[in-house]
Write a protein that binds this ligand. Structure first.
Ligand code: HEC
Ligand code: HEC
Length: 332
């Protein structure tokens, strides 16, 4: 009798041990973007998936990256930080059609497209970065503004590293994380890790997807049905409701005035937090979301949307505003 109790409790313990091991969090501290690209969903699944509530990130890197993201001394004349154009209080953009430095670009490159600052929220879910997807990774994208003469304008890494090495708490934190001499790769790594942490889960629509069916009104749900039935979802889908394929802007007719320098193919932009990220499109040419919806219907789908359908889709898009650090995102 005693013996069988022992065997039974041994078996029970093994089961518990096996269960807890197989459920233990993943070892890698890096967040793996491939985890998020699900296979093409079957018919009973939704084409849009909720933003995960937890990410596998290195918290020390995130905290240091956050400081650097907001540090204007990382620009050549100490006037711009990443946050100047990717303001976390402005939906992760700058609220401007074109960045503050755009006029400089226009003077120097008269025929060149000046891009609107895209939101920094949820960039970790994009398959490539930038409106045209010119950078393949967040790390590559992070390096560009540091040296772009129309952005943070540094000439080389040594000015950046010299500055960071002068600040004892930066130096200490790099040392704590990497235990080696500070390098450009480390700077890129911590800023990129912070950018990956900028996710906005638990929008009303995500809560709906996760089973809280009453988090959307009937009207908003009708908007979601239209978003699917009218075909918006054919381009705007996946966890970022965009960010996972290239498409033309203007399938049936150009949306924007064209010249030989006009970009043709764009990464379909995310629609997450879209109510907060006006003005719209790669050139920031459209101020109202209502207008952007009509233009999309007309130029991408050859549809004249009736006013009530536009309103319902608008109501649905407004349910895509999520939370950052457990607070709903809002205008400042
Ligand atoms: C002067 C304004 C400005 C500054 C400063 C700036 N950015 Fe940007 N950012 C932009 C613009 C404009 C784009 C779009 C570029 C393109 O499409 O080629 C962009 C694109 C991005 C993207 C891609 C987003 C997407 O959805 O494709 C990321 C990520 C990003 N920036 C991160 C950063 C980081 C990190 C810093 C600081 C090291 C920074 N940016 C500094 C204006 C700025
Ligand atoms: C054929 C693919 C396609 C379809 C269908 C489509 N879109 Fe888009 N959408 C895009 C592309 C590409 C852009 C970027 C265009 C640009 O910046 O010039 C975009 C941009 C947008 C924007 C602006 C995003 C921003 O950050 O500036 C909104 C809003 C939008 N789409 C909503 C919709 C709605 C609503 C529908 C359905 C009525 C729809 N889209 C259908 C491809 C598509």
């Amino acid at each position: 009798m005693k013996r069988s109790v022992k065997i039974l409790s041994f078996l029970a313990l093994s089961v518990i041990l096996f269960w807890s091991l197989s459920n233990s969090p993943q070892k890698n501290t890096h967040y793996d973007r491939h985890q998020l690209s699900k296979p093409f969903p079957t018919s009973h699944q939704e084409l849009i998936t909720p933003i995960p509530e937890t990410l596998n990130l290195n918290i020390q890197k995130v905290h240091l990256g956050e400081l650097l993201f907001h540090d204007k001394n990382l620009s050549h004349n100490n006037t711009l930080s990443c946050a100047s154009c990717h303001n976390l209080q402005k939906g992760g953009g700058d609220g401007l059609a074109q960045p503050v430095t755009a006029s400089l670009q226009k003077i120097n490159l008269p025929h060149h497209t000046v891009f609107n600052s895209p939101t920094i929220f949820n960039v970790g879910f994009n398959f490539v970065q930038g409106w045209e997807g010119k950078t393949k990774t967040l790390e590559q994208q992070t390096a560009i503004p540091l040296f772009n003469p129309f952005e943070m304008g540094n000439k080389n890494w040594s000015s950046i590293l010299n500055y960071l090495n002068q600040i004892p708490h930066y130096k200490q934190q790099f040392q704590n994380i990497y235990a080696s001499t500070m390098s450009s790769e480390q700077v890129i790594d911590v800023i990129s890790e912070f950018s990956r942490s900028l996710t906005t889960p638990n929008s009303p629509f995500d809560l709906y997807l996760k089973g809280q069916l009453n988090s959307l009104t009937h009207y908003e749900l009708e908007g979601y049905q239209l978003f699917k039935n009218r075909g918006c979802i054919s381009c705007h889908h996946g966890v970022n409701i965009g960010g996972n394929l290239f498409q033309k802007a203007g399938i049936f007719a150009p949306i924007h005035p064209q010249n030989e320098y006009s970009p043709q193919l764009f990464k379909v932009p995310t629609l997450r937090n879209i109510a907060l990220t006006a003005p719209y499109f790669h050139d920031g040419s459209v101020d109202s979301l209502k207008e952007a919806i009509n233009l999309m219907a007309k130029h991408q789908l050859k549809l004249e949307l009736p006013a009530d359908e536009n309103k319902k889709i608008l109501a649905f898009l407004q349910t895509l505003t999520g939370q950052y650090q457990n607070q709903p995102l809002s205008h400042e």
